[in-house]
Design a protein around this ligand. Structure first.
Ligand code: FAD
Length: 498
């Protein structure tokens, strides 16, 4: 049977995933396709997902988003990385910064030179050679056209979906409000043909994006696509989330503070702070989590903490028949490194690049699925790293993490760094070499051996090179203003009502 040409795209769901997809598709394929988005105000959105990674900026560039307008509309602040507390050991602290650390040469990456410097007694902390880590420590930040500092955003999730809707609707995306009650499929092929609303209205399409969140109404519930459970490695399965009033200036980084059965986040926006308490229900009850969370948060809560349950894992196939799952419908890896929004952006970019105008074919679908899978597994491994490499022995949860078996792909990476100080970034992998190294060092892995290139340098040359790097960072820091002051001058929020 000949494949149906794809002209009508229907997006089910209007959370961050639905509106990211709508805004990107209309921007790049606008005149070629018709786009309808169906969402239900009554069901609402997940309401979390407020910390991002630097790829967001590239994606915004791709949509032609003007940064100041976006920052104003989403009450955003800037993020230079994540500070981890209590992960390797209780009382430990390390920073996973964006941007690059030190300076590499083609024969050997920077960590080899730094390890030699440490052996000679003058290396200092690895993140001393990261502008982003030092700026975060000093609460300084600035950006401008052509700025090279690595950064992302903290944003208000509800305002972000609204902002994207404000781009997508005037550009031609049709929005339909109301609950989807039934999914109509072709009797022979099983391809989805239409969404039927409670009102009886039908929205027909050729390609459907399942952006219905954890419900996965089309891919999971209708097409029966399975979900591969990753909770044997990522055991947390619940989060309490609440917003609090700000208690001081917004810091330019996310905080991830480990506790006895998980961790909690602190994401500062311009006018309030997003807080979450992620935990493993095998090791902590909801009541206990609530009590501990409320005792730990700073600032007045703006409502009662909301409970969100989840299961780490991935949909067996993102794209099945003519349905592509995006966002939470496609899988979920807990938010420790703020990767979910990135996954939505990369999925929609991939769809645009390989858009099936002449019909959905197996090779297009398979390529899409293979890439999605690799990205998810890569991120999964990076998150497991934080749990596996712990020396914490103070609770059953941490002992379970420390003693668990891990995927071979991750075990190999840890061994490579431990034995030879080597790290790498493969195809379709988002985390850079610097990210792997900062987290492995931060979690207590100290390489046994490293490249000896630096030993061939003239006496004093390595020390001079490293002090020049530090001096360069110190010099750049003096030019950076205070983060909060910069935000207020650059793009103060226009609406702080949610
Ligand atoms: C605890 C937690 C913390 C997180 N933190 C981060 C973070 O810091 N950074 C990050 O990148 N990501 C984070 N995420 C992930 C992030 O929240 C999501 O990836 C993102 O919000 C996208 O969600 P979504 O649009 O897929 O789903 P949702 O927001 O749930 O949207 C689903 C949409 O589908 C609609 N819908 C559902 N059923 C129907 C129906 N029957 N009829 C009509 N409409 C329907 C809903 O109304 C809604 O519009 C976090 C997730 C969790 C659970």
């Amino acid at each position: 049977m000949e494949a149906t040409k794809v002209k009508r795209v229907v997006i089910a769901g209007g959370g961050t995933a639905g509106w990211i997809a709508a805004a990107a598709l209309i921007k790049h394929l606008g005149p070629l396709i018709d786009i309808t988005l169906v969402e239900s105000d009554e069901i609402g959105t997940i309401g979390v997902g407020e910390s991002t990674i630097p790829t967001t900026r590239a994606f915004h560039g791709f949509l032609g988003i003007y940064e100041q307008a976006f920052v104003r509309a989403t009450q955003a602040t800037f993020k230079l990385g994540i500070e981890f507390e209590n992960w390797g050991k209780v009382g430990d602290r390390y920073f996973h910064a964006f941007g690059s650390v030190g300076k590499s040469v083609w024969m050997a990456d920077f960590q080899h030179f730094w390890l030699e410097a440490c052996a000679q007694g003058f290396g200092g902390p690895y993140t001393d050679y990261s502008l982003e880590a030092q700026a975060a420590k000093a609460n300084r930040f600035e950006t401008h056209e052509g700025a090279t500092i690595g950064y992302a955003y903290h944003l208000n999730a509800t305002a972000y979906a609204k902002f994207l809707r404000g781009l997508a609707e005037p550009a031609g995306v049709k929005r339909v409000e109301g609950k989807i009650k039934r999914i109509l499929q072709h009797p022979e092929t099983g391809f989805v043909e239409a969404l039927e609303q409670e009102s009886g209205a039908r929205i027909e399409g050729d390609l459907f994006l399942d952006c219905t969140g954890f419900r996965a109404l089309l891919s999971g519930q209708t097409l029966g696509v399975g979900y591969e459970d990753w909770s044997r490695w990522l055991a947390t399965d619940a989060a309490l989330a609440v917003q609090t009033e700000s208690t001081g200036p917004a810091v330019p980084y996310t905080r991830a503070i480990a506790h006895e059965a998980g961790w909690r986040w602190r994401i500062p926006l311009q006018h309030r702070v997003g807080n979450g308490f992620v935990y493993c229900s095998d090791h902590m009850s909801e009541d206990e989590a609530r009590t501990k969370f409320l005792a730990a948060i700073e600032g007045k809560p703006l409502f009662d903490p909301r409970l969100i349950r989840f299961k780490a894992g991935v949909r067996d196939k993102s794209w099945t028949k003519n349905v592509i799952a995006m966002g939470l419908a496609s899988g979920f890896i807990e938010p420790l490194e703020s990767t979910s929004i990135h996954l939505i952006m990369i999925a929609v970019t991939r769809l645009i690049q390989g858009f099936p105008f002449d019909g959905v074919t197996d090779p297009v679908r398979e390529r899409f699925n293979a890439q999605s899978r690799r990205e998810m597994e890569h991120i999964r491994d990076f998150i497991i790293l934080h749990y596996k490499l712990t020396e914490r022995d103070d609770s059953p949860f941490w002992r379970r993490c420390r003693d668990m078996d891990i995927p071979d792909s991750l075990a190999e990476r840890i061994a490579l760094f431990h034995d030879n100080a080597m790290a790498y970034q493969g195809n379709d992998e988002m985390f850079r070499i610097d990210s792997w190294i900062m987290v492995m060092l931060g979690q207590g892995v100290w390489p046994k051996s490293y490249h000896r290139l630096a030993q061939m340098m003239e006496p004093g040359q390595l020390q001079r090179a490293l002090s020049d790097l530090k001096a360069g960072i110190a010099q750049q820091l003096t030019k950076l203003p205070d983060h909060q002051k910069f935000v207020q001058a650059y793009a103060p929020a226009t609406d702080v009502s949610n």
